[in-house]
Design a protein around this ligand. Structure first.
Ligand SMILES: C[S@@+](CC[C@H](N)C(=O)[O-])C[C@H]1O[C@@H](n2cnc3c(N)ncnc32)[C@H](O)[C@@H]1O
Length: 156
């Protein structure tokens, strides 16, 4: 199924406010892999991951394979990902679910200047450069930006 197009930058819900984005970004990120999930639209996607959710795959680019060494020692890992389909210019948002207009930094919405998302997930298996995890809440094809052991099990 095809991905949804990004939200039109002109569509605003009641009381939402957009600002002009800066003319350029200040830093670059490397997308280190791709996340595969069963969800192709924002409507289908859970609002937050659950340990009872389906197994999803994280495919890390081969260049970074050695960096996965020892990750399998951790049962829970933090996944950081880039919500590539979200607009970035809203400072006040009116979530459909609550209807309450709220500042973007007071929400976990994907709509934010830097659409970075984070979930702590259960690591089920690692085979080569593919991780099987449970607990994600992102669209199929979401770019991966980092993996870290969960604080509870990390040694440093
Ligand atoms: C509320 S955010 C929470 C993300 C992360 N767990 C966090 O707390 O940072 C999850 C929602 O973002 C939306 N979403 C998921 N993947 C996305 C993507 N690649 N681009 C834009 N929106 C996405 C879906 O509507 C999903 O329900």
């Amino acid at each position: 199924m095809k991905d949804e197009p990004p939200e039109a930058e002109t569509d605003l819900r009641p009381r939402e406010v957009a600002v002009a984005l800066p003319p350029q970004t200040d830093a670059g990120v490397y997308f280190i892999g791709t996340i595969h999930t069963p969800w192709h639209t924002r409507g289908e996607c859970p609002k937050r991951g659950s340990p009872d959710g389906p197994i999803c795959s994280i495919v890390v680019a081969e260049r970074w394979q050695v960096a996965l060494t020892d990750l399998a020692d951790h049962r829970r890992i933090q996944v950081l990902y880039w919500m590539h389909r979200a607009r970035r210019d809203l400072v006040l948002q009116t979530p459909f679910r609550t209807g309450k207009t709220t500042g973007s930094f007071a929400l976990r919405s994907p709509v934010r200047p830097n659409p970075i998302a984070s979930s702590v997930v259960d690591l089920v298996a690692i085979e080569g450069t593919t991780l099987q995890v449970r607990g994600l809440d992102c669209l199929d094809g979401t770019p991966l930006i980092d993996l870290k052991p969960d604080r509870a099990t990390a040694s440093s």
